[in-house]
Design a protein around this ligand. Structure first.
Ligand SMILES: Nc1ncnc2c1ncn2[C@@H]1O[C@H](COP(=O)(O)OP(=O)(O)OP(=O)(O)O)[C@@H](O)[C@H]1O
Length: 256
């Protein structure tokens, strides 16, 4: 399913946060939204979901998400927020099972299939051993994987991930990114993720969108967006950019 945003404006607290943002994410592709702190990346994901008021057009597979009922929307798009409010007493299994809510009838119970989907997602994210544990008995990285597990359990065609790897060690970063990539390829998932690790963004995404001060400053394949001059201009950072073995850019900080 294609995600299309055209001329999106968002104001929060009376201040413009997104200004004329447009992007198009073709079905089955992965776009990473990058940019400095406060650029508007999380707001963009929230606006796509219709969680913040906006002007402009947002369409997922041609549909306006804000016009859909939450249950219908949750069958189309899954969202893993950066810092969700977690019900601390809930177990990992039950929290992940919330991802199946759009498929469970009102006043009904989850089916054996719902439980099987949850068990499979937990297995793929290395969380099976934690299934019975309450959420406040987890480390930050374990909790982040559980938030992703809930989103994957929704089995939607579009996945919006807000900084899914910030708390993860390098092994779990690779595991999460590879898993999302596999799902993208096998199930034609459309993925939009915000991410601060620019090398990681460039390794996995088809396209990058660089947001700066609420506007799209650059967009396109990683090698076109991740240039030394763009990083200096928008992040105020001095970096060296090398082509990796597959031609995708690798960034390292330059010491003065
Ligand atoms: N409810 C709000 N009211 C007013 N301003 C807000 C509100 N929420 C966010 N902002 C502001 O909007 C801007 C964009 O915030 P957003 O969280 O989208 O940035 P971001 O690019 O995701 O940043 P980060 O990399 O730090 O996570 C920031 O300047 C932030 O202070």
């Amino acid at each position: 399913m294609t995600v299309a945003v055209r001329g999106l404006d968002v104001a929060l607290g009376g201040r413009p946060v997104l200004r004329g943002v447009s992007l198009e994410v073709p079905a089955g592709s992965w776009t990473a939204v990058i940019g400095p702190n406060g650029a508007g990346k999380s707001t963009l994901l929230r606006a796509v979901l219709g969680l913040v008021p906006s002007d402009g057009e947002v369409a997922v597979a041609g549909a306006d998400l804000s016009a859909l009922k939450p249950r219908q929307r949750a069958r189309l798009v899954a969202y893993a927020p950066q810092s969700p409010n977690l019900p601390v007493d809930m177990t990992v299994f039950d929290y992940t099972l919330l991802g199946r809510s759009p498929y469970i009838p009102h006043l009904g119970r989850e089916s054996a299939r719902d439980r099987a989907v949850v068990a499979e997602v937990l297995e793929r994210l290395d969380l099976t051993d934690f299934a019975g544990r309450p959420l406040d008995h987890l480390s930050g990285g374990e909790r982040q994987r559980v938030v992703l597990a809930r989103a994957l359990a929704q089995q939607t065609s579009v996945l919006l991930l807000d900084e899914p790897t910030t708390a993860l060690d390098i092994g779990h970063q690779q595991q999460v990114m590879e898993l999302v990539d596999q799902l993208r390829l096998s199930d034609e998932l459309t993925v939009v993720t915000t991410i601060h690790d620019l090398t990681l963004a460039g390794q996995y995404a088809d396209d990058l969108v660089l947001l700066s001060d609420g506007r799209v400053a650059a967009a396109g394949p990683p090698a076109e967006v991740l240039t030394r001059s763009a990083i200096e201009e928008h992040f105020d950072a001095r970096v060296n950019v090398f082509p990796g073995p597959d031609g995708r850019p690798i960034l390292s900080l330059e010491r003065p």
